[in-house]
Design a protein around this ligand. Structure first.
Ligand SMILES: [Zn+2]
Ligand SMILES: [Zn+2]
Length: 281
């Protein structure tokens, strides 16, 4: 079996187990899902039947690297206490559903400081995250995602992610999801072998590859440092295909799910998955 785990974010298709089956049909060896609508606070409870079907689909397909992406509404440092509490309950609910499905990783954007400033925002994220980790099942970890830094979004700098990990004393259930589009528009160049090496050396020094559990593999419609998050199909954006060749052939990314969140029009994911496979030396 190749060392690279390649896949995509799969749309929900009735029961969640079908997302795994559809991922297998597309040729994925890892997938990402939403366990509920990412634009809503409400979610349906996970029945034993649906959870059993999910586990069966995982067993049937051999796809065991399954990642969940939490709601876009969550802001763990929201200045409004009610919104912050709602966010804490939101990610806890997500992690509870994942525990039932047997999903180990929840990707989260963590939060935006919304005018409080970076320091207060990070302190809020640390406090909320501590509580969430204390009050959720041991089997599920939080994958903090690197963001584009749009608006007042935190986690656009490696130092901010490292700060949260450090403040929580290197909690074993606090890991990282790296998004190639986000880090690029946040100002980390990865377009040449030299800049790719420099950025990932920096990532390794500040955070460490041992914390990296998920990669979101997206080209970018917007330029370096633009802080605007618009994903593009591979080779059709500002990052370019050379970066993705470096990525899939770099042993530091072996066995880490590399997942597409690129536009799905015109079989976008099928094309991008085929591209990734063709880039493997
Ligand atoms: Zn992403
Ligand atoms: Zn994005």
């Amino acid at each position: 079996m190749p060392a690279q785990l390649l896949g995509a974010h799969m749309p929900s298709a009735g029961v969640l187990g079908n997302s795994i089956r559809n991922g297998k049909a597309m040729g994925c060896t890892a997938i990402q899902v939403f366990t509920s609508s990412p634009q809503q606070w409400k979610s349906k409870p996970v029945t034993d039947e649906v959870a059993a079907d999910f586990k069966l689909a995982s067993k049937e397909t051999g796809i065991v690297d399954i990642i969940s992406h939490d709601s876009y509404l969550i802001n763990l440092c929201a200045p409004d206490p009610e919104k912050r509490e709602q966010s804490i309950q939101g990610i806890k609910g997500e992690m509870d559903r994942c525990a039932k499905y047997g999903i180990r990783w929840v990707v989260s954007h963590m939060g935006s400081h919304v005018g409080q400033g970076e320091e207060a925002g990070l302190a809020g994220v640390v406090e909320s995250t501590r509580r969430v980790l204390d009050e959720t099942d041991e089997s599920v970890s939080i994958c903090m995602e690197t963001t584009a830094g749009q608006g007042t979004a935190l986690m656009a700098k490696f130092e901010q992610l490292a700060h949260v990990i450090e403040a929580l004393k290197g909690h074993p259930r606090l890991v990282i999801c790296l998004d190639t589009c986000h880090i690029f528009v946040a100002g980390y160049d990865i377009r040449t072998p030299e800049t790719f090496e420099k950025t990932f050396d920096e990532f390794n020094r500040i955070i460490g590859f041992d914390r990296l559990k998920v990669v979101h593999c997206n080209d970018s419609k917007k330029g370096l440092g633009s802080r605007v998050d618009r994903h593009a199909n591979l080779g059709e954006g500002e990052i370019g295909i050379a970066t993705f060749r470096l990525l899939v052939n770099d042993p530091r990314f072996d066995r880490i799910p590399i997942l597409l969140e690129t536009p799905t029009e015109n079989e976008g994911h099928e094309r991008d998955l085929a591209t990734l496979k063709s880039l493997i030396a």
